[in-house]
Design a protein around this ligand. Structure first.
Ligand code: NAP
Ligand code: GLV
Length: 284
């Protein structure tokens, strides 16, 4: 944007046309009521739901920008590691043990993807490439090749009952907070496995621990947490059935992000519409 002046925001900064932000404070918006565009440096906009934004400003999320391929990689890796028992082989090999385990049937490990948006749809298709049965759930009805799609609250239970490996990729909204709890996770096929790559507040931590300890769930891969960094001493750090990563499944990539946001600022300045404008009523 050669014609633009770019400044780091500090309290009292000059009025700007557009803001590029991650986890911004309320003060920024109180001081900048003239903003036309607010560009979030990520896909999830849950941090904005409790803020008062300038009424004329469009809130724009990152739309893929190189995240969907990372998310597909991460989830496929977690699914394959679990089903092929690669974690067990790692432990065996560390003890100098050479031993085979009985191959598992893919048909016994249907993968259910909650959220079939930019990231979820790509993840569902990527997992399907490895011949796992794939089901998906979203708010509005979808048709995705190779994915059995469920939609809306009425079909949530049927989706869970068809799933053994559950991947959470819905946005965090009042409707989805705590959606991964004892009741819902108990509806998965026996020996269920959770992969949470959306937000920590989707999951009721104590319910997951109880279901893992009782043997109802086989394990979990968690990339996101209620408090980040995950506090020292939290049971997730050391639980033998939980794999933790530090919110890294799909990172914001600098060059793709700059190109996307610069292009959208130019489009808005020309009076054109852009994709990724958040519906603030819906919360995503
Ligand atoms: P998106 O394109 O907005 O897709 C969201 C999907 O969730 C849509 O399919 C939507 O249904 C569905 N959904 C929303 N509310 C629902 C509800 N109440 N019931 C059922 N389905 C619902 O979002 P995205 O770009 O795929 O990103 C998804 C989330 O991933 C983000 O919000 C963020 O929290 C998380 N994320 C995590 C990382 C990480 O590194 N861990 C990185 C990026 C993003 P419709 O299609 O019907 O609207
Ligand atoms: C990361 O979590 C994002 O929402 O982009």
């Amino acid at each position: 944007l050669p014609g633009a002046e770019v400044e780091e925001w500090r309290p009292g900064a000059a009025p700007a046309d557009h803001a590029v932000v991650w986890s911004p404070p309320q003060q920024l918006f109180d001081e900048q009521p003239q903003l036309k565009g607010i560009f979030n440096l990520g896909a999830g906009v849950d941090a904005f739901l409790k803020l008062r934004l300038p009424p004329g400003a469009r809130l724009v999320r990152l739309d893929d920008a190189g995240m969907s391929v990372q998310m597909a990689e991460y989830v496929c890796h977690a699914v394959i590691r679990h089903v092929r028992e690669l974690d067990v082989y790692e432990r065996d090999v560390a003890q100098g043990k050479w031993g085979f385990r009985k191959p598992r049937e893919r048909a016994d490990y249907p993968v259910g993807v909650m959220g079939l948006g930019v990231l979820g749809a790509r993840v569902a298709q990527a997992v399907g490439q490895f011949d796992y049965p794939v089901v998906g759930w979203s708010r509005s009805a979808k048709e995705i090749r190779g994915v059995r799609c469920f939609a809306g609250d009425d079909q949530f239970d049927a989706f869970l009952a068809a799933t053994r490996i559950l991947v959470c990729l819905v946005p965090l909204t009042p409707q989805t907070e705590n959606i991964l709890n004892r009741e819902t996770l108990s509806k998965l096929r026996p020996g269920g496995y959770l992969i949470n790559v959306a937000r920590g507040a989707h999951l009721v931590d104590a319910d997951l621990i109880a279901l893992l300890d009782s043997g109802q769930l086989a394990g979990a891969t968690l990339d996101v947490f209620r408090i980040e960094p995950l506090p020292a001493g939290h049971p997730f750090w050391t639980h033998p059935k939980i794999t933790v990563t530090p919110h890294t499944s799909a990172r914001t990539l600098r060059d793709e992000t700059i190109a996307q946001i610069a292009g959208k600022i130019q489009a808005l300045e020309r009076g054109e519409s852009v994709v990724g404008v958040v519906d603030r009523e819906r919360g995503y």
